[in-house]
Design a protein around this ligand. Sequence first.
Ligand code: ZN
Length: 270
Amino acid sequence: MEDGPLIGMRALLISDIHANLQALQAVLAAAPEHDVVWNLGDIVGYGGNPNEVIDESRRLGTVFVRGNHDRACSGLAGIEEFNPIAQRAARWTECVLTGEHRDWLQHLAAGPIMPDGPQVSCVHGSPIDEDEYILTLRDAWDSLQHPCSCITFFGHTHVQGGFATNGEEWFRLTPQYQAPPRRLGIRSTDHGAVPEQFELELREGARYLLNPGSVGQPRDGDWRAAFAIYDDARGVLTWHRVPYDVRGAQQQILRAGLPDRLASRLREGR
Ligand code: ZN
C-alpha cells in the first residue's frame, strides 16, 4: 500500500471548512462510503468553532494542504492582505485556538501534495501559487499546462466546479443541479432544500483542475455545504451539495462576537 496508487480508492474531498462545525458534520453524515479524506485547507477562519473543527478534521485522516487562513490564524503569516472582517476573524481565531492546534496548523504542508501517485495533486490555490485564485479559464490557463499532475484538486475560491483541457479545447466545468440555488428562508433552516449530486466522467488524456467547493462558506450562490468524491478506479468525480444547520453555525459566529456579516453571508451562499 505504501508504493504507487491505491487500487480502487475513493477519496472524500473537502476544502474551506472555515471553522463551520455544523456544515462539516452534515457533510460527514451525507458523504458516501470512502477510503480516505483529502483536505484542501482553510480549516479555520470566519467560523465560530475552530478547535472543534480541527479535532474533527484530524480524526478524519492525515492528508492536508494548508490554506492562507490556516497560516494567518496560527501566526505563520501576517493578516495585512485580509479585509477588515477577515482580520477580525483571524485575530479572534488565534486567541481561542489551543496551543496544540496552533502548532498543528503551523506545520501543515504547502501544496502541491500527491496522495495517490503522480497523476493527482492537491493544492489550496493553484499548483503554481498556494494563494492564487482560479476563478476563470484565463486564471486556469497556466495551471492546466503546469507539468504537475493530470488532475489537480484545488480550493480557495469557495466555488464548486473546475476547468479542463484536452490540449485543443478548454472547458469550464459547473455541476448542474435540479433545485435552483436559492436564498435560505428565514423561518426554516432547510426550506425544502435537498441533497444533490452531479457526476463528471474524467477522460483519459485530459487535464483537470477540480474544486470540491467550500464546506463552510460557499460563495457560488448555493448556501448548501459542498464536497466531492473522487473514485480513481471508475475515473469519476461526483460533486455534492447538502443542506446543513445554517442557523446553528450563525449562532456560533454571533456568540463568538464575530462580525454579523460572517453569519448573514452563510444564508446567501456569498
Ligand atoms: Zn477559504
